[in-house]
Design a protein around this ligand. Structure first.
Ligand code: MN
Length: 246
C-alpha cells in the first residue's frame, strides 16, 4: 500500500500526436512511473501543454522532479547551430524542462535526469551538447541500441568519489544506451561522474546539492532485474522525502 505522505515526484511528459487521428496527447514513459512508485514515491505526470503559471503551481507541490528521455533539445539553448541529425525538437518542452531544472536547483529540490533529462540539466545549468555522436566523436561506440532497451550496450567507468558510485556500489557498470547526442562541455558546478570507454560523458552530479544527479543511460528499463539501477530511484525518492518545509 502506498504511503499517502510519500514524496510527490513530478515526471515530465512529451507531446504525442496520433498519426492515425491527429488527436493530441501528453504522454509519459511507463518505466519511469513504475520505478518511482516501486521506490516509494508518488509519481505524477507533469503535462507538457501547460503555461508557465500552471507549471509553477504544479512545481510548488512537488518534492522531486524527474526529467526523462525524449527527443533532442533545440541547440539555440546552448548557442549552437542545428546539426542535420538533430531531430524531434519541441521548444515548448525544452523551455518547460529547463525552467523546472533551474527552479529545482534554486530550491535544492531533488532533481534526477535520465537521457534527454541528463542533457536538459546540463543545458539548463550552462553546458553544451554533442549533437551527433557518430559524426562528432572519433572511434565512438554504438550508443544508439534501439531494438531492445535492456541490451547491454557498453560499460561506464564511475568516479569512485561520487555519489553515483556510492549509490551503485561499484565503479564499473554495464548500461544500456539509446542516444545519439551527449553532454559536450559539462555545466559549471557539475562534476562528470561516469564516462563510456570512448570518452562520452554518461553521468553528472552536483555534489553540494541534496540530490542533483543525471545519467545518460536508462535505469528505468533495467531496475526490475538490476538492484543497482533500482537504487538510483530509491536514493532519489529518499532525498525527495526529506522536505521539512510543508
Ligand atoms: Mn551511451
Amino acid at each position: 500500500m502506498a504511503n499517502p505522505m510519500a514524496p510527490l515526484i513530478g515526471i515530465t511528459t512529451a507531446r504525442f500526436v496520433s498519426p492515425d487521428t491527429g488527436w493530441r496527447y501528453n504522454r509519459g514513459y511507463e518505466g519511469c512511473i513504475k520505478a518511482v512508485a516501486q521506490a516509494g514515491g508518488l509519481p505524477v505526470l507533469i503535462p507538457v501543454s501547460v503555461d508557465d503559471t500552471v507549471l509553477r503551481a504544479i512545481y510548488d507541490r512537488l518534492d522531486g522532479v524527474l526529467l526523462p528521455g525524449g527527443g533532442d533539445i533545440d541547440p539555440a539553448y546552448y548557442n549552437a547551430a542545428s546539426h542535420p541529425a538533430t531531430y524531434e525538437i519541441d521548444k515548448h518542452r525544452d523551455d518547460l524542462e529547463i525552467r523546472l531544472a533551474r527552479w529545482s536547483l534554486e530550491d535544492d529540490l531533488p532533481l534526477f535526469g535520465i537521457c534527454r533529462g541528463h542533457q536538459v540539466m546540463n543545458v539548463a545549468f550552462g553546458g553544451t551538447l554533442v549533437q551527433d555522436i557518430p559524426s562528432e566523436v572519433e572511434a565512438h561506440l554504438n550508443h544508439n541500441v534501439r531494438d531492445n532497451r535492456q541490451t547491454h550496450a557498453h560499460d561506464v567507468e564511475i568516479d569512485p568519489t561520487s555519489r553515483l558510485a556510492r549509490i551503485i556500489g561499484s565503479t564499473r557498470l554495464e548500461v544500456n544506451s539509446v542516444h545519439h547526442q551527449s553532454v559536450g562541455k559539462a555545466a559549471p558546478n557539475t562534476c562528470v561522474t561516469a564516462y563510456a570507454p570512448d570518452g562520452v560523458i554518461e553521468a553528472l552530479e552536483m555534489p553540494e546539492r541534496k540530490f542533483v544527479l543525471s545519467v545518460q543511460w536508462h535505469p528505468e528499463d533495467l531496475f526490475e532485474d538490476d538492484p543497482a539501477m533500482m537504487r538510483l530511484f530509491t536514493a532519489f525518492v529518499e532525498a525527495a522525502g526529506g522536505r521539512t518545509d510543508r
